[in-house]
Design a protein around this ligand. Sequence first.
Ligand SMILES: [Ca+2]
Ligand SMILES: [Ca+2]
Length: 182
Amino acid sequence: MTALGLTLLFEGRPVKAQAGVTITWEAENGALESPIIRRNGVHTDKKPGRPGRNSGKGWIEIKDGANGEAGEGDHPGKAIFKVNVPEAGQYTFWARTLWPNGCGNSFWVRLAERPNQLLGEDGTYDVWKWRKVATKLTLAKGVNTIIVANREDGVMMDSCQITTTSVEPQGAIAETQNALVK
Ligand SMILES: [Ca+2]
Ligand SMILES: [Ca+2]
């Protein structure tokens, strides 16, 4: 969604949108390579008192054990997102993910033909939580290919967002219309 000075409703609370470009999409709508797989349905997390759920039709995951005995590394398997970007710029990449433990708490994120950037390695487990890549992505106007790749197994990803704003996404967010090129 491109929002300029609009007042949006977020879980019943009005929030003032920052000027800028924000595009959100469902991770399960990407093109997937094994061992990254699509899971359909609802996954309710273990947040005390206020459990969260995935948005859209499901999520993507790498099953625990998919990488065998291998630990963190550059492993086969990726999710490819061809994202419609309305304006060139520096974008923060966010993904709503769920980690089981420290042996399953990261993905790689990169642009096509560019180096891997780390997503995760934090210590919050068993809840859907938005996490960002520290370095912004430089995106051109038009279709940009963003790749999420296998760094360790056991991990789940619900949705992704790129934004030129400094707003931290919260909770389940609907997919932006025409976010992805099929
Ligand atoms: Ca780890
Ligand atoms: Ca989803």
